[in-house]
Design a protein around this ligand. Structure first.
Ligand code: PLP
Length: 386
């Protein structure tokens, strides 16, 4: 059976050019990038090339990047590091109700240390109102953290507007850019943010390689202690092959961004319109400006998990929420936050497209979704009686 992958927001496969560079690094670059001999210097060169290419993707100076293991670590370092660097004894953090668990979990951890957290609500659009962020500010606010693109809906947040508010208030601003970098143009200087998290495995680099942009002058404490790597912000022997892959993937993403974004938008719209035309009682969640590759659709009367399994049996990989929380029976916190009733949140699927998808695959997916939804609805007493 042919299998088709429509879950690129969970992770992406390593692209051929990235694989080639990573294998070459594993084979030919055995040194520790901190060693002063030939092998160490060769590794250092590769590390710095990867860093420069990654920096170019988000338009920062390569010296402002901390290389680390991925989005969760970047979010933890940014949030905990910036809040702990705050001088006052009473501290407050502003975030939103639709963040990824990497941010919400870190904020919950800070709450256990008596740091207060405001989770700003979002409307049905899936987009936070910057004025709500302004209203949440307190004299003791130590950090604002808001995601750039939502992982479940793809909705884009008004980062530039929030950055202006943060700057006026003199509060550092962190952005979880894990679902934005590589999909839409990102210019951290133009956006005016202080901290920005990215993760390579969302744009065809290997898992376990990511970066945190830290604007020069931003105060941030380290969370780990050891050697002097990454300007003492993230000690530990550098993952040279991972950074080589990260850099190469960043370069490819940057070169192909405009063309791929246009292609994926057309493909996503084809999928969305195909499903909406063919299937009754379904609709798009959070229909605001979104990343080109993402759509989230509810199908009344079905269980999202059952539809994921039905589609998997037909060879299509999709998701009923973020990969980090799948397996839980709780409906998605993002869908609840935008006002969906729990049964509709449980009846929703995320489709996230990527490089390997084409028109034919999308048409086959539409057929499979239509068949599976019709079949599951036949078995559903609630839908039949609705
Ligand atoms: N932030 C967002 C918005 C994400 O979508 C993810 C992963 O799904 C993460 C953070 C965590 O990134 P990583 O898997 O690299 O730890």
């Amino acid at each position: 059976m042919e299998r088709y992958y429509f879950d690129h927001n969970a992770t992406t496969p390593v692209s051929p050019e990235v694989l080639e560079d990573v294998v070459a690094a594993l084979r030919d670059v055995p040194g520790n990038a901190s060693s002063i001999h030939f092998f160490g210097q060769a590794a250092k060169q590769q590390l710095e090339l990867g860093r420069r290419r990654t920096a170019a993707l988000i338009h920062c100076d390569s010296r402002e990047l901390v290389l680390l293991s991925g989005g969760t670590e970047a979010d933890n370092l940014a949030i905990q590091g910036a809040v702990r660097a705050g001088k006052s004894r009473v501290r407050h953090v502003i975030t939103t109700s639709i963040e990824h668990p990497a941010v919400l979990g870190t904020c919950a951890h800070l709450e256990r240390e008596a740091i207060s957290v405001t989770r700003v609500k979002v409307g049905s659009s899936g987009v936070v109102d910057p004025q709500e962020i302004r209203r949440a500010l307190r004299p003791e606010t130590a950090l604002i953290t808001v995601m750039h693109a939502n992982n479940e809906l793809g909705t884009l947040q008004p980062i530039r507007e929030i950055a202006i508010i943060a700057r006026e208030a003199g509060v550092p601003f962190h952005v979880d850019g894990v679902q934005a970098a590589g999909k839409i143009p990102v210019d951290v200087k133009g956006l005016g943010v202080d901290l920005y998290s990215i993760s390579g495995h969302k744009f065809y680099a290997p898992k376990g390689a990511g970066a945190l942009y830290v604007r020069k002058g931003t105060k941030m404490e380290s969370l780990m202690f050891g050697g002097k790597h990454e300007r003492e912000r993230r000690p530990g022997t550098e993952n040279v092959p991972g950074v080589v892959g990260l850099g190469r993937a960043a370069q490819s993403a940057r070169e192909n961004l405009a063309v791929e974004a246009e292609r994926l938008t057309a493909l996503r719209n084809r999928l969305e319109n195909g499903i909406l035309d063919r299937i009754p009682a379904c609709g798009v969640n959070g229909r605001s400006p979104r990343t080109p590759n993402t759509t989230n659709i509810y199908f009344d009367g079905i269980e999202g998990e059952a539809l994921v399994i039905a589609l998997d049996l037909k060879g299509f990989a999709v998701s009923s929420g973020s990969a980090c929380s799948s397996g839980s029976v709780e409906p998605s916190h993002v869908l609840l936050a935008i006002g969906l009733p729990p049964e509709r949140a449980r009846a929703s699927l995320r489709f996230s497209l990527g490089r390997s998808n084409d028109d034919q695959q999308v048409d086959a997916l539409i057929d499979a979704v239509a068949e599976s939804v019709a079949h599951l609805r036949k078995l559903s007493p609630t839908y039949a009686s609705a």
